[in-house]
Design a protein around this ligand. Structure first.
Ligand SMILES: NC(=O)c1ccc[n+]([C@@H]2O[C@H](COP(=O)([O-])OP(=O)(O)OC[C@H]3O[C@@H](n4cnc5c(N)ncnc54)[C@H](O)[C@@H]3O)[C@@H](O)[C@H]2O)c1
Length: 277
């Protein structure tokens, strides 16, 4: 494979790769020469992704299980090690999506999203990172969401994706200098997740401003490739036909210097800052 973005010789674990964005990432990575471990909760769709990869001459295995189970994630990462003796990239793609306004949050939905989106992402990383550190190389690609910045009726989902963004920043700092890089993508792609959102909002018939999942797949494969060796701690947004970097949340400086802290001087400082926005 002559592409400068070749993934030949690399072994990649992709969670939730049976359908949606993960399936397209798996096919694209395999097309670039990677060996892919296709995880999904659903064995049928994982096997379909593997069959599609094999039809294009690629190499993949299915590994089915629930990433919210930390022990399962250990077996997932070790399956990659057993097959190829290495893990070069981990794509933490599997995710759950539930909608609802603040007054209708359901504890079971929040628990389910925390278990998969936050704990599942961490479970896979905590098994992959020691292997990558030992090899002095690797790329972790998390999948966050624009909802992390706050979208109406997506507060719980957004909170779990905010946690994914925070882990991305923190892990990149922890691993700086180790050869292991951590980045994230923030996609916008037509999948069944979007269909669920449009069904909730009652907008099934309206035009869909969502993008081809291939756009996200190209970005993820770039982050898995050696051509992105200089990219660490970034969140890359793919939406509205544009690719952009997501700014890290931080205080807007300068603030207002407050000499005598009282409820009144706080009120004045907040008023001044909001008026200046
Ligand atoms: N589609 C979008 O526009 C969009 C926007 C922002 C973020 N995302 C994120 O992108 C990722 C992929 O989303 P998608 O739209 O392709 O969704 P999807 O529902 O089409 O696919 C998700 C896949 O993950 C699998 N999965 C779910 N829970 C799992 C678990 N516990 N263990 C293993 N596999 C599991 C599902 O079986 C499914 O095949 C998710 O993390 C999602 O939150 C998507």
């Amino acid at each position: 494979m002559n592409s400068p973005y070749s993934l030949a010789g690399k072994a990649i674990v992709i969670t939730g790769a049976g359908r949606g964005i993960g399936a397209v990432v798996a096919q694209t990575a395999a097309g670039l020469g990677a060996f892919v471990v296709v995880n999904d909760l659903d064995a049928d769709v994982a096997n379909e992704t593997v069959a599609r990869i094999e039809r294009i001459g690629g190499s993949a295995i299915a590994h089915c299980g629930d990433i919210s189970d930390p022990d399962y994630c250990g077996t997932l990462i070790e399956a990659c090690m057993a097959e190829r003796g290495q893990i070069d990239a981990l794509v933490n793609n599997a995710g759950l999506f539930r909608m609802g306004p603040a007054w209708d949050l359901k504890s079971a939905d929040l628990q389910a999203m925390l278990s998969v989106n936050v704990l599942g992402t961490a479970n896979c990383a905590m098994h992959a990172i020691p292997r990558m550190r030992a090899a002095r190389g690797g790329s972790i690609i998390n999948v966050t969401s624009g909802a992390a910045s706050g979208i109406a009726e997506m507060s719980a989902y957004g909170a779990t994706k905010g946690a994914v963004s925070s882990m991305t920043y923190g892990w990149a700092l922890d691993l700086a200098g180790s050869g292991v890089r951590v980045n994230a993508v923030s996609p916008n792609a037509t999948t069944r997740m979007v269909a669920a959102m449009q069904e909730f909002k009652g907008t099934e018939g309206e035009p869909r401003p969502f993008q081809d999942p291939q756009h996200t797949a190209e970005t993820v494969c770039f982050l898995a490739s050696d051509r992105s060796a200089h990219v660490n701690g970034q969140i890359i947004r793919i939406a509205s036909g544009q690719l952009s970097l997501v700014a890290q949340p931080k205080p807007i400086l300068p603030g207002v210097s407050v000499a005598d802290w009282s409820i009144d001087t706080v009120a004045q400082a907040v008023q001044e800052l909001i008026a200046g926005q």
